[in-house]
Design a protein around this ligand. Structure first.
Ligand code: ADP
Ligand code: ADP
Length: 233
């Protein structure tokens, strides 16, 4: 069984109003990510990376084709997929600025069915691990971009997922935060998690990924090792 198995995946947007231009965000995408692999999905803005992450995380339906996580189909077995997957979207999406960091994580931990002492322990451990313990009681709208990203990562880990989707995780991070982030990805790998990282920054993908898949205008161009991709002919 693979961690992620995508077959002939297509997604169209804007099939609505007359005169609308249809955007084929994904065209016949095949992608297999093995268990324990750290995979980069690299492409320019508009390539279809976020669309692919949304389909894998069951928040968006494919137009055709299939996407499976640990053998569970994202369309027909969404609950099972959600149990195994953690999602980290870049930017501010999904954090509550008027709650503090601890409250944000408690909320998400409760959504994963944790409560009582195990919930407090898990939240504590994640705050500590991501270097947020001393700011745990501060409102998230006072956080820097890098701190918000770390809180996002903590949130993605709260359900102890076997597969982690990181969509543009280092956007807006300063170099120090980005380096810390890379070592965190190393820890995810050491723990045996499978990680899919989307980025428009090839250098970032080369730094942390086992394999890199290049995507452009909804189509996969190639998959190779970072060193092979780094060779310019
Ligand atoms: P990326 O994450 O690589 O920047 P996206 O998956 O966000 O790419 O977008 C792929 C394509 O689909 C782009 O052309 C984008 O404009 C289009 N698109 C994304 N979301 C929508 C939407 N909700 N409605 C219409 N078009 C969309
Ligand atoms: P207070 O505002 O009452 O002094 P805190 O700001 O420390 O307490 O915590 C706010 C809420 O978070 C309380 O409900 C508290 O029980 C809970 N809490 C405290 N410590 C933790 C922790 N390590 N992990 C999760 N929740 C905690």
């Amino acid at each position: 069984m693979s961690a992620i198995e995508i077959r002939a995946l297509c997604r169209d947007y804007g099939v609505g109003r007359a005169g609308d231009k249809r955007t084929q965000a994904l065209s016949d995408v095949d992608l297999t990510v093995e268990l324990g692999e750290v995979r980069g999905l690299v492409g320019p803005n508009g390539a279809g990376k976020t669309t692919l992450c949304k389909i894998l995380s069951t928040v968006l339906e494919a137009t055709s084709g299939s996407a499976e996580v640990l053998g569970h189909d994202a369309a027909t077995d969404a609950a099972a997929v959600r149990r195994h997957i953690g999602i980290v979207f870049g930017g501010d999406r999904g954090l509550y600025g008027r709650l503090n960091a601890r409250q944000n994580l408690r909320f998400w931990a409760a959504m994963y069915g944790l409560h009582g002492a195990p919930l407090r322990l898990r939240v504590d451990e994640l705050l500590e691990r991501l270097g947020l313990a001393d700011r745990a009681g501060d409102r998230v709208d006072t956080f820097s971009r890098g701190m918000k990203q770390r809180l996002h990562l903590a949130r993605g880990l709260v359900g102890d997922p076997r597969v982690l989707l990181l969509d543009e995780p280092t956007v807006g991070m300063d170099p120090v935060a980005a380096r810390d982030f890379r070592s965190l990805v190393g820890e995810m790998r050491a723990e045996g998690r499978t990680v899919l990282i989307t980025t428009h920054d090839m250098a970032e993908a080369e730094a942390v990924c086992d394999l890199v898949t290049m995507i452009d205008r909804g189509r996969v161009l190639l998959t190779d090792t970072p060193s092979a991709i780094g060779e310019v002919v």
